[in-house]
Each structure stands twice: as C-alpha cells, then as structure tokens.
Design a protein. Structure first.
Length: 315
C-alpha cells in the first residue's frame, strides 16, 4: 500500500494546517468589477471557492465544468445562496486540449478582462490512462490542460494588469503530495511513468503545478502567480484512490475524522491567496494552509527542472 504519500499530506496539515484568523466572509474585500475564472467549479473546493467569492460582488465568475448539466446545477445552488451572484458557465474538459482551446475562446469572446484565474480542478490516483491527445492522464489533466488554458488567457490577463491597476493573479492548486514526487522529479524522457503507481504519477503532476507557477512568476512578473496546498480534504478527488486501495479506504473510514478538513476549510487557502493584499504574497511562492509560505520540495526549488518543464509544456 502506498501509504507514505497519505502520511506526508497528513503530516503537512498537522505541521502547517493552521487556519489562522482568516475568515472569508469578513476578510475578503470588495471584488467590485473583477472577473474571475475557476476550473472544477461544480463541486468540492471549487464550488465553495466560487460561492465565497460571489458574496463580495465580483462583476462575474466563470465556473468551468466538464459536464454542463452539473455546472448549471452548481450555478443554481450559488444563485440561491447569493441572489446577486453573476455566475457563468464554461464547458471545460482539461483532458482534451481541443476542449481547453474552445473554453478559452468562449471566455475571450465574452470578457475583456480577467483578474483572477484559479486552476483548481484535478484528478487523483486514477488508473493508468491517456488524455485525448495521448498524454499521461494525471499530468495531462492536472498540469497540461491548465497550462494551455493559462497560456490562452494570458493576453487578457496582461491587458488587465496594464489597464486595471496591476493586481492580476494566477493560483495553481498543488498538494503536499508534490513532496513525494520520486527521483528524478520531472523527467521529459519518461512522461508516461508506465512503471509508477497512480499516486506516484499524481505526485509528479502536483510537482508540475508548483514548478509551473514559479515559471509564470519569472516570465510574467506583472502577474502574481502562486501555488498552494489546500489541505487534506475528503472530496470526490479521493474516490478513485479509495476504490482502488481497500486498505487505504478502511483506514480513511476509521481515522479520517482525525485528519480530513471540511470543504469550507479546504477552500480557505485559495480564497486567501486570491484576495489578500498583493504585498502579502511572494510571486512564485508555494503556500500551505492558510497563508503559510513554504519552500516545498528540493525538486520544487530546482530552477533547471522548472525551465525544463516549461520547455516541454511549450513544445
């Protein structure tokens, strides 16, 4: 059983999981006029993130969902909770670069500004598989799909930064699991990781999220780009892991109440990073919940590895 990876995430929450004094309802400032995009917004942390942001009057929030019906249902829930919520739906399947391109084109056809992009969606510990274009499914979904979406939205974000006061942000949801990405870390010669476990492939995809944020900060310093660990949250993300690993599922059922945070708690780090005063953030930084800057793994601090990932992604 690949229990060490779960142990690392648990340990991170015990060491760095302080919720500090951040309260989304009272501490998020007015978001008047801002446009926000959140991937994976129809459930879990993404849905909670949109709901909390909607309470502070942004001009619009784009909820990205692979399934339009589920996206519309989630948006309906949000409008019921926050009648003034301006929630719009974008159909987005991160495992299809064609879908990503279509979603970006749809957004760019509707909006002339983008203040906050939250790359929230992800999959975890799923069986070996490929994206529509033939990339390893977890790296392709968690990193490559988000990388293309970010690239296609960057012109609008750069324009917003130049014209609307300069506070534009990109958040990449990573995980403490990036610490368990096995040597050699990111390896462009072995992108399929055919001999690795599902959780090992997940860990490398989460390392890619951290490295990508660092490169965005280096290449586009006028935008604030960070990566973050939301905490250990019992959401649908864990379902494939529990189904494929009976022992881990039993452990989770027995002791999960000691470890797992609520979805409300899990959204706090994203909400903090999206709305805290800009001078509280280090561009390219990695944050444990809530708002605790951390250096991350040795691989996460490897500049050459970050550059190699960027080049592979661009290619």
């Amino acid at each position: 059983m690949d229990i060490s990876r779960l142990t690392v995430d648990i340990g991170l929450d015990m060491l760095f999981g302080s919720a500090n004094s951040f309260s989304p309802d009272k501490d998020i400032p007015s978001l008047d006029g801002k446009v926000i995009v959140v991937t994976g917004g129809n459930n879990g942390i993404g849905k909670e993130t949109i709901l909390r942001l909607a309470k502070h009057n942004p001009a619009s929030i784009y909820l990205c969902s692979r399934d339009l019906a589920r996206g519309e249902a989630a948006a309906g829930d949000m409008r019921s909770a926050v009648p003034t919520a301006q929630v719009k739906i974008l159909q987005l399947d991160l495992a299809s670069l064609k879908s990503v391109a279509a979603a970006a084109a749809s957004f760019n056809g509707q909006a002339d500004r983008l203040d906050i992009l939250i790359n929230n969606a992800g999959i975890m510990g799923v069986p070996a598989g490929k994206t529509a274009e033939g990339y390893e499914i977890q790296l392709g979904t968690n990193h490559l799909g988000h990388a293309l979406l970010t690239k296609l939205l960057l012109p609008t974000m750069l324009k917003t930064s130049e014209e609307k006061g300069g506070d534009v942000r990109i958040l990449n949801l990573s995980s403490g699991a990036h610490l368990r990405a096995a040597a050699p870390g990111f390896d462009p010669k072995d992108m399929d990781m055919e001999n690795a476990s599902p959780l090992a492939r997940y860990s490398r995809s989460k390392l890619a999220n951290v490295l990508f944020a660092k490169q965005l900060a280096t290449r586009y310093p006028q935008i604030t780009s960070v990566s973050l660990h939301p905490g250990v949250i019992k959401t649908d993300l864990f379902t494939p892991v529990m189904m494929s690993n009976r022992a881990l599922g039993m452990l989770s059922s027995t002791f999960g109440f000691l470890v797992y945070k609520t979805v409300e708690e899990g959204a706090k780090n994203s909400l903090w990073a999206a709305t805290v005063p800009k001078d509280k953030l280090v561009n390219g930084g990695y944050y444990n919940p809530v708002g605790q800057k951390n250096d991350g793994s040795a691989f996460a601090r490897d500049q050459k590895m970050a550059e190699s990932l960027w080049q592979w992604t661009e290619d």
